[in-house]
Design a protein around this ligand. Structure first.
Ligand SMILES: [Zn+2]
Length: 301
């Protein structure tokens, strides 16, 4: 069973893995942090881990439950949002109604209450009763941006999880940002990398000259190698996670051929090593020769 790894969310990752591996879980979780949007997204993901009858993975397409959750049409996941800055008792009772019978489809029935600090007193009492007398296998996920304002009798019954406020930058915009190149230049580097992978020892001198003409100083060359690095990292992402973070999946698959994780990892360390060497390297031509030849050779190791 593979681990769920969420960037910059070590606590959440740990708890989700524990849930996934043990099948036992706490009855109520409280996610808190600064951004409502991020909290809501992670609450849904959390719910999927609790519900998915298979091993949860990003974009699970093995069960149609996760798909229905994405489309907001899955009956055993109830989401309550405040109306006019208040969560009323009726909304809570409606949730309770749903889970009166034991959940049949997913592993658990889950209800999410967002902005749980906005529960009015009678709604809070209804929740408490729900938490004290659980029926079936329903699990609560509460979110709040103001943990101190949540009624203590509720928060004390939850496992609280801090959600860090950080969005991972991805996509071609990220590559543009780190390299300072426009999209066209970035795809030139991608094409060059594909050629290295395809031609191996063959047309190397040709493509090398072309490359060096385009990136004719150390700074530009270093940025180009960083783009190349992200491209190889995406090959690894594809092999490990079945998705890419920076480039189009189809574009990445093309250069991958039959290479395995180990070979790609070695290439990544090799490029990293060379990026740090480049600073001290006077002869750029020789440097590129070595780089290209060595990557080609790795394919035959
Ligand atoms: Zn699923």
């Amino acid at each position: 069973m593979s681990d769920i790894i969420i960037n910059n969310q070590p606590v959440l990752s740990k708890i989700l893995n524990k849930i996934q591996k043990s099948n036992t879980n706490v009855q109520a979780y409280m996610l808190y942090g600064d951004s409502k949007e991020i909290l809501r997204n992670y609450a849904i993901m959390f719910a999927k881990v609790l519900i998915c009858p298979r091993e949860y993975c990003d974009n699970c397409n093995k069960c149609n439950i996760c798909r229905r959750i994405d489309n907001n049409v899955y009956g055993e996941l109830k989401i309550v949002n405040p109306v006019n800055k208040m969560i009323k008792k009726e909304a809570v009772l409606e949730v309770k109604e749903t889970f009166n019978t034991e959940s049949i489809e997913g592993k658990n029935g889950v209800y999410i209450i967002n902005d749980v600090e906005l529960l009015n007193t009678s709604a809070a009492n209804a929740i408490l009763k729900f938490l004290e007398e659980p029926d079936g296998n329903s699990v609560a996920i509460f979110t709040t941006t103001n943990l101190d304002a949540v009624i203590k009798t509720i928060s004390s019954r939850c496992q609280t999880i801090k959600i860090n406020n950080y969005k991972v930058k991805r996509g071609i915009e990220f590559v543009m940002e780190v390299s300072g190149f426009d999209e066209e230049t970035i795809y030139k580097i991608v094409d060059f990398t594909k050629k290295i992978e395809k031609d191996k020892a063959g047309a190397i001198s040709n493509i090398k000259n072309e490359f060096i003409n385009n990136f004719d100083n150390k700074d530009a060359l270093m940025n180009a190698l960083n783009v190349m690095l992200l491209y190889y990292k995406d090959m690894l992402n594809y092999l490990i996670r079945n998705k890419c973070f920076y480039f189009d999946v189809n574009d990445v698959k093309l250069a991958l051929n039959n290479q395995d994780k180990d070979l790609i990892s070695r290439k990544i360390s090799f490029i990293l090593e060379n990026i740090s060497k480049l600073e001290y390297n006077v002869n750029v031509l020789l440097f590129m020769d070595n780089l290209i030849i060595r990557i080609g050779e790795m394919n035959d190791d």
